[in-house]
Write a protein that binds this ligand. Structure first.
Ligand code: DX5
Ligand code: ZN
Length: 232
């Protein structure tokens, strides 16, 4: 664990936009990744869906491992799958830097976090919109990142659920300075300020980045809005 934290590239708290590949052009994935990396992103959010935990199928290990040599971005894989423990090793070998798994799929989150750390990468825990903050309190010391869903997972382009904001604040109060608090779903220029004010520091954005004519400008604008609201 200690060694893992020593190598934790996101330990420094600052506002980061994490573009979600789900909203990229799947016929031009490499070009789209290069575009957001050149535009200043540090993180690439990878939405993995199994068609069981969520009612949609996206992409998995082969796509991630093909993209890996073309990018230095921090690969943040959001595993919307029923059996994260079964596939963790394959995603680590594909080049993911962080695996986040849902608390709703396991009674042994600390064990899964330990398994992910043993693979030499970071671990994060995810909560669906209706899952209370206290569901993850026990596992907080064992993860580098907590991801609060601000839409129901499965699809991009949904509306932001502001009801999750008190949960963001409750979790923030229990995190160390080196732990990141990520929020995912419906993040855009209009909503990012609320999320930052509530305590999030890492903002997944699909449509609001890849759906824009100038993804780099969109990221800069959101970063500015989050900084203004977070500092207020
Ligand atoms: C939803 C995914 C999100 C999604 C966000 O299941 O976890 O990461 O890509 O998309 P937007 O930013 O369009 O709401
Ligand atoms: Zn996601």
């Amino acid at each position: 664990m200690d060694l893992c934290r020593y190598n934790w590239p996101l330990a420094a708290p600052r506002i980061r936009i994490a573009p979600s590949l789900l909203a990229a052009d799947f016929a031009c994935l490499r070009a789209d990744v290069v575009k957001v990396e050149a535009g200043g992103a540090e993180i690439l959010h990878l939405d993995v869906m199994d068609g069981h935990f969520v009612p949609n199928i996206s992409f998995g290990v082969p796509v991630i491992e093909k993209l890996r040599p073309h990018s230095k971005l921090y690969f943040d894989a959001h595993l919307m799958i029923d059996e994260p423990a079964r596939y963790a090793e394959a995603f680590a070998k594909a080049g993911c830097d962080l695996l986040t798994f849902h608390i709703e799929v396991t009674d042994t989150p600390r064990k899964i976090a330990e398994q992910i750390h043993a693979l030499g990468i970071q671990a994060g825990i995810v909560l669906n919109p209706s899952t209370p903050a206290d569901a993850v309190f026990d596992v907080l010391p064992d993860v580098e990142l907590v991801l609060v869903m601000s839409v129901w997972p499965g699809f991009g382009g949904q509306s932001f659920i502001a009801d999750v904001l008190p949960k963001v604040t409750a979790i923030r109060q229990r995190l160390r300075p080196d732990q990141r608090l990520e929020i995912d779903g419906g993040i855009a220029l209009k909503t990012i300020g609320q999320a930052a004010a509530a305590g999030a520091d890492t903002f997944v954005a699909g449509t609001a980045v890849f759906g824009q004519a100038d993804p780099a400008a969109a990221m800069r604008a959101m970063q500015g809005a989050a900084a203004a609201a977070g500092a207020a």
